[in-house]
Design a protein around this ligand. Sequence first.
Ligand SMILES: *Cc1c(COP(=O)(O)O)cnc(C)c1O
Length: 433
Amino acid sequence: MTQAIETTRSAAATFTGLKCKECGTEYEAKAIHVCEECFGPLEVAYDYAQLRRTVTRESIQAGPNSIWRYRSFLPVESEHPIDVGTGMTPLLQANRLARRLGIKRLFIKNDAVNMPTLSFKDRVVSVALTRARELGFTTVSCASTGNLANSTAAIAAHAGLECYVFIPSDLEAGKVMGTLIYSPTVMAVHGNYDQVNRLCSEVANTHGWGFVNINLRPYYSEGSKTLGYEVAEQLGWQLPDHIVAPLASGSLFTKIYKGFQEFVKVGLVDDKPVRFSGAQAEGCSPIAQAFAEGRDFITPVKPSTIAKSIAIGNPADGVYALELARKTNGNIESVTDQEIIDGIKLLAETEGIFTETAGGTTIAVLKKLVEAGKINPDETTVAYITGNGLKTQEAVQGYVGEPFTIEPKLDSFERALERSRTLDRLEWQQVSV
Ligand SMILES: *Cc1c(COP(=O)(O)O)cnc(C)c1O
């Protein structure tokens, strides 16, 4: 039993259907994600000649202040996509962090403040649920490492869709609460993400629900292209020299590239080489390991890291991420949990951005790459911060000090102030010996 109904494409749509990434077999734009000929992943195809004729910088700028200003590059037909204000997050020039690291032009793409649920996943879900509605689904679902659960539950609530969410049972409290509040049905599975995902593939087959990252995956993953478009537009219609982004399934990483390439193809930006570097946590680094060992295949691992949001041991787009880093002269690096915590603190102290563990991973890898001379100080570099630190407070618990607890009296404050200055001096001495 399936809830999906056939729809005909509206004249406004510029996507032409789905196409196998491996063998090129074409399919109608339905809720399918695997090629029947070769089992390769399906990807959305577009009419770029039409896009070149109809889209200009001005037409984009006249659009909404959200990902939907790029609607012609997204696989939807609706005149009224689900717009909950997702996208157009700040691109912040990070001078203090750049100076600390020893590079000149660094930007932070800050999806820690994306809407509505404070992670980049709002982008992919806004697109997937708009398409789900077009395909006739009334029930949507996902297999999540946390942020996807938050996004799917929130945006489904806004769109009036019934929602089922599957997560590993050991997620951070903020991620669980940040899902439950929207009243979906939540299944906390005893197992890691890869096991949750396998279970969900079976549920997708038997229940006919729209799983944003399984049977709707071709549409879902296109949402990440907006992270490429926005950076190009915010840099004044230019591409950066180097980007650093976290890798879970590897999808986000490869779609930033697709976004840049499409803008070049339709004449919105000039072509130039962009280096792509990926970040993983050492406790779940199957792509970084393959990169280091010069392999062109991924060996799945069992995740064990505080960076739960990117803990995918068997990454669906791992091979494509690997190829991309190699062909663009980039790198894929991994960092320890302690380096991730230090990365979270470094970004907070220098730029006033509190990111989650995935962002800590990105900053720690950025630092490692600069120190190893793998990022040139003159390159315009963009680091993608994909999630918010308030959701993973457990990760930094015990690493950020304590407040001074005082009485509501001036002398109590003065004593505490003296103590704080002594502590500062001691810390300073420790640092300088
Ligand atoms: C899901 C997620 C990622 C990585 O996404 P992929 O597209 O699967 O590689 C990165 N950062 C955060 C915060 C995420 O939630």
